[in-house]
Design a protein around this ligand. Structure first.
Ligand SMILES: Nc1nc2c(c(=O)[nH]1)N[C@H]1C(S)=C(S)[C@@H](COP(=O)(O)O)O[C@H]1N2
Ligand SMILES: [Mo]
Length: 405
């Protein structure tokens, strides 16, 4: 498949902005109705965002598009046209000229530099398979409910990202010994003058980790505009809030970033699984960081009718968080008994890992199917869901009710 020409991107993006107020509904697949605990789980499907296929519409301005969950079935890598989309502000450039695009590196550096996309091609090229997951993925399932985008489980995706190591790029500018963090900014801007530009920071030690890259391609193709064309930061194992899209500015800081998106937003309680009680006070809040293990059944939807008296084939995917998947187990009886699933190909510690299992035949009636991941650090998904008022980091053994008939 050839990449869309720049002209195509622009033409389609124009239509995106025109249609944003009145999204067209797709004719084909059934729009989802997430069984959110508080109701209001119905969402339309849309087909006309540029370089995107059929997506669940969470919001049109700025675009918040969710991957229909059925698209995860049988695919360890999420196709670019199916990859979820999330922006904080709706002033997103619709025109990017790759010839004049520059990435500026400044602040506590030996020499301020400005790199073209061709300059990036001269550095060693690397790739990494990694899950990009929104901090608020699955927020709609929080109970009690919390404000924010009411995502189902499709606010995540896995891709093979290729590009250059962030550390190599920073070394071109030379990091001063006084630098403590690197702050990343993209080309999108706040719609209101008092709004804070979306920016995130990493420590220098983290920025130097070899898996942290500036991606110039995703699944072997240019990034879709809405996923950050022409370049984005990829921070494997960490929530995607750090994965700055349309990256055009890196500033080396001599003191920790105290701007809004690091100091005020995206904070979690410093407790296991970022779990707390509604109304609980006195907790230390820290910037959100590494991901936790999760796993999903992808070949059956909630409420599915399956055959009683015959073995049931299950498949799906799992992720370790910021390390690999050690073990996936399934249960056909609501967690009374568990059996090991067979793991698919290992695409690296930050990737989705596919799994498959065959459950013994069950008697007719209602059943709850479960899948549970243990990562290579020995962390396992808990039986009860975590909660925090931002709806971040959902972490629980997900339950899939089915009827055996
Ligand atoms: N420039 C820029 N980068 C950004 C954001 C943004 O608003 N602007 N949002 C972040 C958040 S919160 C998420 S969840 C991911 C979404 O990545 P995607 O749209 O490629 O799926 O982008 C991250 N990078
Ligand atoms: Mo996010």
């Amino acid at each position: 498949m050839s990449a869309p020409s720049r002209r195509t991107v622009l033409a389609q993006t124009g239509s995106m902005l025109a249609m944003a107020a009145s999204p067209a509904l797709a004719a084909a697949p059934t729009p989802p109705n997430f069984a959110f605990p508080g109701g209001n789980g119905a969402r339309p499907l849309v087909t006309d965002f540029p370089q995107k296929g059929t997506m669940v519409l969470q919001r049109s301005r700025p675009p918040l598009l969710e991957t229909p969950f059925t698209d995860f079935d049988g695919e360890v890598f999420t196709p670019n046209e199916k990859f979820f989309v999330r922006w904080h502000w709706s002033m997103i450039p619709t025109e990017i000229d790759p010839k004049t695009y520059r990435l500026r590196i400044h602040g506590a550096v030996d020499r301020e530099i400005s790199l073209s996309l061709d300059d990036l091609q001269t550095l060693p090229q690397v790739d990494v398979a990694a899950v990009n997951q929104c901090s608020g993925n699955s927020r709609g399932f929080f109970e009690p409910r919390v404000p924010g985008a009411q995502w189902g489980n499709g606010g995540m995706g896995n891709a093979r990202w290729s590009g250059v190591r962030l550390g190599d790029v920073l070394d071109k500018a030379g990091i001063k010994a006084s630098a403590v963090q690197a702050r990343f900014t993209g080309m999108d801007e706040p719609t209101v003058s008092e709004g804070a530009t979306f920016q995130k920071s990493l420590t220098i030690a983290h920025a130097r980790q070899p898996e942290v890259i500036i991606a110039t391609a995703m699944n072997g193709k240019p990034l879709p505009l809405l996923n950050g064309y022409p370049i984005r930061l990829v921070v494997p194992g960490w929530y995607s809030t750090y994965w700055i899209k349309m990256l055009n500015d890196i500033e080396l800081l001599e003191a920790p970033d105290d701007r809004y998106w690091m100091k005020t937003a995206y904070l979690i309680p410093d407790t296991p699984h970022a779990d707390m009680k509604p109304g609980q006070t006195g907790l230390t809040m820290v910037p959100i960081n590494r991901m936790l293990p999760r796993s999903f059944i992808t070949n059956l939807a909630a409420g599915a009718k399956v055959k009683a008296g015959t073995p049931l084939n299950l498949r799906g995917m799992a992720m370790g968080g910021d390390c690999g998947v050690a073990k996936v187990e399934v249960s056909g009886d609501g967690g009374a008994s568990w059996q090991a699933a067979q793991l698919g190909k290992d695409e690296g510690p930050y990737s989705f890992r596919s799994w498959a299992a065959r459950l013994a035949a069950g008697a007719p009636g209602e059943a709850v199917l479960l899948v549970r991941c243990t990562n290579t650090k020995g962390e396992v998904q808990p039986d009860t869901p975590n909660w925090n008022p931002s709806g971040f980091m959902r972490n629980v053994v997900e339950r899939l009710p089915v009827t055996r008939t």
